[in-house]
Design a binder for this molecule. Structure first.
Ligand code: PEP
Length: 261
């Protein structure tokens, strides 16, 4: 691990209504702290559906849980006649700190291309949110172009054209590894994360590249997380399915324990 705060992010996707969200966050707060704060040093965040955000925010606030709040998407617009969309301004009002942008499920089911991802990244910056920009190649792209070409291209496209780059996080998620149980090897993940960092350094300089957190995502579980986070190139993990289970997600957040062994 490098000198960057490790980031453990749980993407709930379209799971859990607001009552189920309360139960999970309460259990999570308990299990995260259970083993004497040994996840300290890492930042842990949950990304619930929009309808849960207010409930989860209130709970975090009232109970003083050390849990950051993220949203799964935002509109590229700030307000107006965009039925069904959610403004970054509304998210910021709920103490949402992070927002996922360009998750492969948005790219494929909602046709979000690099231009949309770039515009949503700009919207996140406008509202003081930290975009977690998801990048990754499909199996076909992996076979045609190798592992790093698409994620590097998607990263640079999302970062291009902003007057000022605010804080951002990149999540490298090979599409073939999301929700499939197929996991990239720690070496594959570290290699692509390293290439993404190199590309950021070339375009924007070593300082920005050195402080940017780059995560791996794709079928991460408590029993494989340590392999990824041993690498200096991987600063955390974006977790889907396993983030819905408090014990499993807490096990992931306590990755330091496994690394120390
Ligand atoms: C994700 O949705 O970002 C993800 C990585 O999912 P899973 O952990 O279930 O593969």
């Amino acid at each position: 691990m490098a000198n960057r705060v490790p980031f453990i992010a749980g993407n709930w996707k379209m799971n859990l209504d607001h009552q189920q969200a309360i139960a999970l966050v309460q259990k999570l707060a308990w299990t995260l702290n259970e083993a004497g704060h040994d996840y300290q040093g890492a930042e842990v965040a949950v990304f619930p559906p929009f309808t849960d955000l207010r409930t989860v925010q209130t709970l975090i606030d009232a109970e003083k849980f050390e849990l950051a709040l993220g949203a799964q998407d935002l509109s590229k617009h700030d307000s107006g006649a965009y039925t069904g969309e959610i403004s970054g301004a509304f998210l910021a009002k709920l103490d949402v700190k992070y927002v996922l942008i360009g998750h492969s499920e948005r790219r494929s089911y909602h046709n979000e291309d690099d231009a949309v991802v770039q515009a949503k990244t700009a919207a996140a910056f406008r509202h003081g949110l930290v975009p977690v920009i998801c990048v990754g190649e499909t199996l076909e792209e992996l076979e045609a172009e190798g592992a790093s070409a698409v994620p590097v291209r998607q990263t640079l496209a999302a970062l291009a054209g902003h007057d000022n780059l605010g804080e951002f996080v990149i999540a490298y998620e090979p599409v073939w590894a999301i929700g499939t149980g197929k996991v990239a090897t720690p070496e594959e993940a570290a290699n692509v994360c390293g290439k993404i960092r190199e590309a950021i350094a070339q375009q924007y300089g070593d300082e920005l590249a050195g402080k940017t957190r780059i995560l791996y995502g794709g079928s991460v579980k408590a029993n494989n997380v340590a392999g990824f986070l041993k690498s200096v190139e991987v600063d955390g993990v974006l977790v889907g399915g396993a983030s819905l289970d408090a014990d499993e997600f807490s096990g992931i957040a306590r990755f330091q324990k496994h690394i120390a062994l």
